[in-house]
Design a protein. Structure first.
Length: 255
């Protein structure tokens, strides 16, 4: 049976051949997930740390009915943002007089300087889109650290607040949300979700909303009535709206 880490790295490398400069997050969780757990995924080197999902938490997934084809129309925007984050990082590293050979990722940077110091440097040396892209990555890194703590403590309110902050940053600083995603996020929150955000690369695709056993049915009903019924898309609802269960990753089954 292949090693999950090696398999994830191979899958991420293979995706480059369709022309997208993607990361390896999807591949890592697909290969290395553990049943009943979320995962903290880090790169360079790839590390997958399981984080148990508290009892009573439910994650609702809802599709925006907009597809963002990474090998098609969405590729340019996706690749441009990746390039912008790399350019922004290089500029801040130079502004802080850090050795570029030792700081070639945002994690490297934030292991050497605090988030506020990195953001202050970005304010001084970056403008426009580059400043916004840098701010998103740095604040998202901090949200991920805090989200792991919130999940381990079972704080749905804390985790939901971080999801909301993440979506706001993805919409305003990384600029990958669209009206349909924003609408789904708003409906879920209004119906009682602790938090909601777009998931994946954005520009289409899905949102994920954190609910509890007490709120999940209300959130599902609200999304069905206010989003899908309004678009006459209830016949194929099961394809677009469901509750996700944290399951194990891909494995080889011998018959």
């Amino acid at each position: 049976e292949p090693d999950p880490i090696e398999l994830a790295e191979l899958m991420a490398e293979a995706e480059q051949y369709v022309g997208t400069r993607g990361g390896g997050m999807d591949q890592a969780i697909s290969a290395g997930a553990r049943a009943g757990c979320a995962a903290r995924v880090e790169f360079y080197p790839l590390r997958i740390q399981p984080v148990p999902v508290p009892d009573g938490w439910r994650f609702v997934v809802a599709h925006s009915l907009v597809q963002a084809h990474k090998s098609g129309g969405a590729r340019e925007g996706y690749n441009r943002r990746r390039a912008e984050t790399e350019e922004a990082l290089a500029s801040v590293v130079a502004d802080l007089s850090l050795p570029p050979s030792e700081v070639d990722s945002y994690r490297d940077l934030l292991e050497r300087v605090s988030g506020p110091r990195a953001l202050a440097a970005a304010e001084a040396c970056l403008e426009g889109d580059l400043r916004k892209r840098f701010r998103h990555v740095v604040t998202e890194y901090e949200r991920v650290v805090r989200a792991e703590v919130a999940m381990r403590r079972g704080s749905s309110d804390g985790f939901g607040m971080l999801m909301n902050g993440s979506h706001a940053s993805l919409a305003s600083d990384y600029e990958v949300s669209i009206p349909e995603l924003d609408e789904l996020v708003g409906i879920a929150r209004d119906a009682g979700a602790a938090g909601a955000r777009l998931t994946g690369a954005g520009m289409g695709g899905c949102v994920v909303a954190l609910c509890t056993t007490e709120t999940v049915e209300g959130v599902l009903t609200a999304i069905q009535e206010r989003f899908y019924a309004a678009r006459n898309r209830v016949d194929d609802l099961d394809d677009h709206l469901f509750v996700a269960e944290p399951a194990a990753g891909a494995s080889v089954t011998k018959m």
